[in-house]
Design a binder for this molecule. Structure first.
Ligand code: FE2
Length: 171
């Protein structure tokens, strides 16, 4: 049985994932404003991933007979000093998400809520990938530095990123 306390935390996380989608959408718009269409695409795909994460929580809450409630989200930052600064903020955001998922896991374990533990395990693994992806991208942008050809090349590479939901989650 999922407790009220755990339901509330799951619901909060669902809303936080929707909020994350908005943050990445704002980063996509910023990238478009500085003519980096590949980065725009990268962030748009990231926003889609976040909505997918949110819907994973939404579906889980419903499956275990909870009631998902949608709240309004904080306004994301829309202006950034630089692309690098946006990416560093994205990494910082993912680190907060990881901490939140760990807190959720702590509570699920405390309550011996094994189904929820199993669901959260997916997110624990996912967060390792998310953080690593942003760390690598930050490194690449730092390496490229002031070299505009390098940045164009990187932008081109990111134009091909597409969103594919994991096979076992295609419903
Ligand atoms: Fe997420």
């Amino acid at each position: 049985m999922v407790s009220e306390k755990l339901f509330k935390k799951l619901n909060d996380q669902m809303n936080f994932e929707f909020e994350s989608a908005n943050i990445y959408l704002a980063m996509a718009a910023y990238s478009a404003s500085i003519d980096l269409d590949g980065f725009e695409n990268f962030f748009l795909v990231q926003a889609e991933e976040e909505r997918f994460h949110a819907m994973k929580f939404y579906n889980y809450i419903n499956e275990v007979d909870g009631r998902a409630t949608i709240s309004s989200y904080n306004e994301p930052e829309n202006q950034y000093e630089s692309l690098l600064s946006a990416l560093e903020k994205a990494l910082g955001h993912e680190q907060i998400v990881t901490k939140r998922i760990y807190d959720l896991m702590d509570l699920a374990q405390e309550e011996k809520e094994y189904a929820t533990i199993s669901m959260l395990q997916w997110f624990i693994d996912e967060q390792v990938e998310e953080e690593s992806m942003f760390k690598k991208l930050i490194q690449k942008v730092k390496m490229v530095g002031e070299n505009s050809n390098g940045l164009m090349q990187l932008d081109k590479e990111l134009a091909s990123r597409t969103f594919t939901p994991p096979a076992d989650d295609a419903e």
